[in-house]
Design a protein around this ligand. Structure first.
Ligand code: ANZ
Ligand code: ZN
Length: 872
């Protein structure tokens, strides 16, 4: 028969699905809902192969759940604000808006060519005023509810470009564009009060049992709850600037107080500032360490550095014990009190520090079974369990007992009118700074009036639209430069006032789009609560692990804030979360080290013989490591090329086949070709079963013979396994079962002669089940096959086949047993029995033992389902 022609079939089916609007979900659909969502893309200009994987995973589930009878919501939109559009404006002189919408158009075309079952009637772009209008409304609601605030914050300031930089834009302490040394400035910033929900966001993680454990752990660590003690250390007055009397620290290990060797404070601590005023060397040191910026990762990896202020603190349990106070680069002002005591024996950071500055260490916790007299710490701090030593009244206690004892004593000890110690729970989570000094973002809808201070834009004046005529010929915020945009009259007093020129962090845009999808047509409110409450939460969210912390946490906060302001009535946006792996690819390099594209090389041989040459010149190419696809390594493949050459179904099948969806998948042309051959094979197989099925009676036979039953067991077995496989997102396993079932059907079709009527009926049934099983993965091929089978309607609209459970019972096979090629008997085992099990059963047979006559077994050869030959 002729070959399946994807290039012809795919656009044809895509058009048909569109025309019949079969993926459009209606809000008044009475069936139970199922909401599948993949993280929406940033409109960079092109779909990359990672998108194809992400959307294919979601699409398989969406199509499956639709077939199972759910009202599936599977929308798509665009995370359309962000810096690249402004960069394009600077570099290519195109307006951010035009650039963004051009990209959206191009990418939408690409997405359509993948054959995704998306409801485009709900498409949203976050840069559209019809979307951000509602975001502005919610900002104002949050402001009234005390969930948004203006706050002085430290920001990275580029003094040449005169702009605030994100942490990622600070490279080695310099602005990424200007190269100027970045300053830390205090500026008024808008924040969302996510910390109001710290405890709740933490506790609710326990209930998210359809989230990956690793993602929940990352969120837990990010929220970073710790129970500890605030301790007020007295300062030795002789050493201390006037007016400073005490140093308050936060510790989670008060048990280690007798191992303290130093105190350390942040460069921004008031005591550091007071001391620096009198000590130019210290002031210099502080300026130096502040250059590394505010990024936590940089601070964590930077070499520990400190400067002795000369100030001495007094140990709370020994007035004669003085501890030096250092300014240190690893102490953050934003956490705890911005001050610590250092116990080097039990904290690695502190140990590195004392080893650098020769401050010594004294272990105070001794591991069980160690002799305290010989227990010493050199380069590795001990942070495990044990008993207290060298700690006066604590000696012999466990860590927890010691913590409790210290807390009790210091809580009860008063200095002035406050206790020296106070228990405290701290969170690492900070409020979410949403101010960005950028043009291409959602304007923050407030007005600054010299008389009335901050005035919210009245609801009736929303949206505050971005001006279309901004210019990008100088650094900084184009909204700020705009000749007219920010000059307004105050809505309250009618006087001269100016608009806020900060726009919102683009993470705000993506923190509620999933709720907007439930009713994107509502012009008056962000959501229609009755609809949102019915369609939310997202049942299965799918995206990259790179968003495991911020995007998911912000969304979890946002939904809570929306609940507090009446826009939705739930806490958690995503009932199920799945993080997919990356698509990775080999790299190819010329002798001079430059990378070349996969399309430019020819690969020959296999295994150790595998080698590559440059197509153009025949020069040898080095096959390099398998890495994440990136432009710099040139190891990308363009989805358009793949779809052009092989069709979308092949790309989809390949993406699903090789690895579990949460692991990386290695892109390989050889394997893509394998997927392509499989498509043709399925096509032939379905054509042949249509042919053979013609002999089938219209009515279901009253009984089935062994051949028909065998095939029906294979069909329903595959149906059962693929059904549970898709429900668990074990797509690669599903594909293996589909292949196995295709083999079984093919084997039946190759049998000579006309099939009996019951077998013909079973073949027809099998053909139909086969097509339905692969239809979520290869929907175009499936539609085409559906027609070949003479079935009416679209497979995309067909109900998932019913499993006949009585066909699933395990049955047995009987194998001939030979010893050295001579038949000695038979053995009956379960069909599913694995080789070791079969081997054991055979070797236990008396006839086999007898024939072997005490000779050792050299080999057991198993021909599946037929013969076992024991070689002695
Ligand atoms: C003494 C000590 C001894 C500490 C020891 C640890 C181990 P988590 O668990 O993350 O809350 N710390 C407190 N404030 C800090 C700041 N602003 N910048 C840097 N480090 C700070 O960490 C709490 C511990 O981190 C505290 O307990 C403190 O060091 C340090 F064997 O106090 B610890
Ligand atoms: Zn005013």
């Amino acid at each position: 028969s002729e070959r399946y022609n994807a290039r012809d079939a795919e656009p044809r089916w895509q058009r048909q699905w569109d025309e019949q609007a079969i993926f459009v979900s209606k809000n008044d659909d009475p069936r139970p809902k199922y909401y599948v969502l993949e993280m929406f893309p940033y409109p960079s200009g092109r779909i990359h192969i990672g998108h194809v994987r992400n959307y294919t995973l979601g699409d398989v589930l969406a199509r499956f759940m639709r077939a199972k009878g759910f009202n599936v919501l599977h929308p798509m939109g665009w995370d359309a604000f962000g810096l690249p559009a402004e960069n394009a404006a600077i570099e290519r002189k195109v307006a951010p808006k035009a650039w963004t919408y051009d990209n959206i158009a191009a990418m939408k075309k690409q997405l359509r060519s993948i054959g995704l079952s998306l409801d485009w009637s709900r498409e949203i772009a976050t840069c559209d005023p019809s979307y951000y209008k509602h975001q502005q409304k919610m900002f104002l609601d949050f402001l009234r509810a005390g969930l948004a605030e203006r706050e002085k914050r430290k920001v990275n300031w580029d003094p040449v470009d005169m702009t605030v930089l994100a942490n990622e834009q600070v490279i080695d302490g310099r602005g990424w564009r200007s190269g100027a040394v970045v300053e830390q400035r205090e500026m008024n910033q808008w924040v969302f009060k996510i910390t109001k929900y710290s405890q709740e966001l933490l506790e609710a993680l326990d209930g998210l049992d359809r989230w990956p454990d690793k993602v929940r752990l990352m969120q837990r660590n990010w929220i970073g709850r710790s129970e500890g003690l605030l301790v007020r250390f007295a300062l030795d007055q002789a050493t201390t600037p006037a007016g400073e009397t005490e140093l308050k620290i936060f510790t989670t290990r008060p048990d280690t107080l007798f191992g303290a060797k130093f105190m350390a404070i942040s460069a921004d601590h008031p005591l550091a500032i007071a001391a620096a005023a009198k000590n130019p060397k210290l002031a210099e040191f502080i300026a130096e360490i502040k250059k590394i910026g505010t990024a936590q990762e940089i601070i964590d990896t930077a070499e520990k550095q400190g400067f002795d202020t000369g100030i001495r603190a007094v140990h709370p349990f020994d007035p004669s014990w003085k501890l030096p106070v250092y300014v240190a680069n690893f102490v953050l002002m934003e956490y705890g009190t911005g001050a610590i005591f250092g116990c080097p024996a039990h904290d690695q950071r502190d140990l590195d520090f004392v080893n650098k500055y020769n401050l010594g260490n004294t272990p105070v916790v001794c591991p069980e079974g160690q002799d305290p007299k010989t227990f010493v710490i050199t380069d590795t701090a001990y942070d495990g369990d044990g008993r207290m030593i060298n700690s006066r009244f604590l000696d012999g206690m466990t860590i927890n007992e010691a913590k409790e004892e210290i807390a009790k004593r210091l809580e009860n000890e008063m200095r002035g009118n406050a206790a020296v110690g106070e228990r405290q729970v701290n969170f690492r989570l900070r409020d979410w700074g949403i101010s960005r000094q950028r043009y291409w973002g959602c304007p923050i809808p407030v007005i600054h009036c010299p008389k009335c201070d901050v005035v919210p834009v009245p609801d009736a004046d929303l949206p505050v639209k971005l001006p279309d005529d901004a210019t990008f010929d100088r650094p900084g915020n184009a909204l700020d430069h705009h000749p007219t945009w920010k000059h307004v009259t105050c809505p309250q007093c009618g006087g001269k006032a100016s608009r806020e020129t900060d726009t919102m962090d683009t993470f705000v845009d993506s923190s509620w789009y999933f709720a907007r999808f439930t009713d994107p047509w509502n012009e008056n409110a962000p959501t229609t609560p009755a609809v949102a409450n019915r369609m939310m939460p997202v049942d299965q969210y799918i995206g990259g692990v790179e968003h495991a912390i911020l995007h998911l946490l912000y969304s979890r906060f946002f939904v809570r804030a929306m609940k507090a302001t009446g826009h939705i009535a739930m806490d958690e946006p995503f009932a199920g979360m799945f993080t997919q792996g990356m698509v990775v690819h080999e790299t190819y390099q010329k002798a001079d080290g430059t990378y070349v594209q996969p399309a430019e090389v020819k690969i020959e041989g296999a295994g150790n013989d595998r080698h590559a040459t440059l197509l153009a010149s025949g020069e040898a190419i080095q096959i390099g490591a398998i890495e994440k696809m990136s432009k710099s390594k040139k190891n990308t493949v363009d989805p358009d090329d793949i779809i052009d050459t092989y069709g979308a179904d092949v790309a989809r099948w390949f993406m699903l086949s090789d690895s579990p969806p949460d692991r990386d998948v290695i892109w390989s042309d050889e394997r893509v070709q394998g997927a392509s051959r499989f498509v043709q094979r399925l096509w032939r197989l379905v054509s042949e079963s249509a042919e053979a099925g013609k002999a089938a009676p219209a009515a279901r036979p009253a009984s089935f013979g062994p051949d028909a039953t065998g095939l029906r067991k294979a069909a329903h077995g595959a149906l059962d396994k693929v059904t549970t496989g898709i429900e668990r997102l074990h797509f690669n396993v599903c594909l293996a079962h589909i292949r196995e079932f295709a083999n079984a059907l093919s084997e039946v079709l190759q049998r000579p002669g006309e099939p009996a009527p019951d077998l013909a009926w079973a073949i027809r049934e099998a053909g139909q089940i086969l097509v339905q099983l692969f239809s979520p993965m290869m929907p175009h091929l499936a539609e085409e096959c559906w027609q070949v089978l003479g079935l009416t309607g679209l497979v995309s609209e067909a109900n998932w086949p019913q499993i006949e459970r009585d066909l699933l019972v395990e049955d047995a096979v009987t194998l001939v047993v030979q010893v050295n090629g001579k038949k000695r008997g038979e053995v009956t085992v379960a069909t599913a029995a694995q080789n070791p099990e079969i081997e054991a059963a055979v070797l236990a047979l008396d006839a086999v033992k007898l024939a072997l006559d005490g000779k050792p077994v050299r080999k057991v050869i198993i021909v599946p389902k037929r013969i076992v030959n024991v070689v002695g």
